[in-house]
Design a protein around this ligand. Sequence first.
Ligand code: SF4
Ligand code: SF4
Length: 432
Amino acid sequence: MSIENFEVKAYPEMWESLGMDVARFDKSRQMLGEVFSKTYLSQKNRPAKMKYFDGLIAEIFGGRIKEMLEVKKTGKPIVGTFCVYIPEEVVVAAGGVCVGLCGGSQGSIPDAEKILPRNICPMVKSAYGFKAGRICPYFQVVDFVYGETTCDAKKKTWEILDRLVPTHVMEIPQMKKKRDKQLWLEEVKDFKTRVEEVCNKTITPEDLGDAIKIINNKRKALQRLTRLRANHPAPISGKDGLLIEQIAFYDEPVRFAEKVNELCDELEQRLQNESGVVEKSAPRIMVSGTPMALPNWKVHNLIETAGAVVVNEESCIGSRYFKDLIDESKVDVDAQLDVLTDRYMQIDCSCFTPNDDRVDQVLKEYKDSNAQGILHYSLQFCHTYNIEEIKIREACEKYEIPYLSIESDYSPEDVGQLQTRIEAFLEQIREQ
Ligand code: SF4
Ligand code: SF4
């Protein structure tokens, strides 16, 4: 696939049948193809196995949607989610598909701002706008969406979104005491019941056990990729690393894990040949903070265009999604749900208080990834990450870790200003 001939494929008849605004969506499709081509296919020295992931982007509004429609025809559930706290293992156990619907695009925000306040997180507005404008085939395919109560912007938006698509809400505790786990376990059980109702099937221990293994394998493949990125020089760009982490929320999990492992085999080979994707002298940056949903590549693109390489994402579209696994030894559904809940309770989102585990995790990942500086990324109006940034900054000061904090949204307006700040930050690292 070359820069000249890459395109995100069009499926106007299928989109029409899904009730989409086809004319408008087709423009977004073309734009995504152009941006992807410019941002990704222009990279030098990319691993050959990235071809699969490029192909997935080419088919993101077509081939993958067709696969989901095939699953749906068999009566299995298609569930949309917005947060890594929703246990996808339960959906996979029912033979269904779990798809992340977080919005990472500026294009759908005007649709959202017709009804939602402007001063809320762009991720929430972008996601809502995709449904309101009928410009996301994934939103059109899902049987229902499952929101959560992680932050105020989300939990109140679900009430409005429910007018457009059946929207259920999982209560996520805000603390991690014993009684909080109990509350959340009950919520996980309700989720399972909801999924079972859609497919008219009771999930067995075998179903859930197999699903736990499938998703563990996906997470293990991503862990392997992260370990490889820690090598010096990095064998793969941060942009490609982020792309794979984003695709993890769309792709069929067994195939995805296989393809990530094939890529990792190639990266191991590269390391043996000491062939990095950048010069050894390129500054190594770890990005920490709020998730970057597809196609939000803004910050990685700025960092790497300035000659550095991103080596880790401490984020939900990043390590927070795959750092923990579920114990596979349990053989009855109650015990399985119990260990599943334990695993999910380890996710250190800033919506919890206190959340000092995240500070320790950031420091650990900084060390493990052999980074030379941390860029903290917070989406505009995300109060919990913005405030928690204070503790991350203090920890970086304490350990003398070069640090830059930025707050941004999806608009291109601040690109010039961010570029200047990022270049100055990289200069500081180069001078050390
Ligand atoms: S940052 Fe928090 S609310 Fe957002 S996806 Fe992650 S866990 Fe969920
Ligand atoms: S980034 Fe922050 S404000 Fe936005 S959805 Fe996630 S937790 Fe909520």
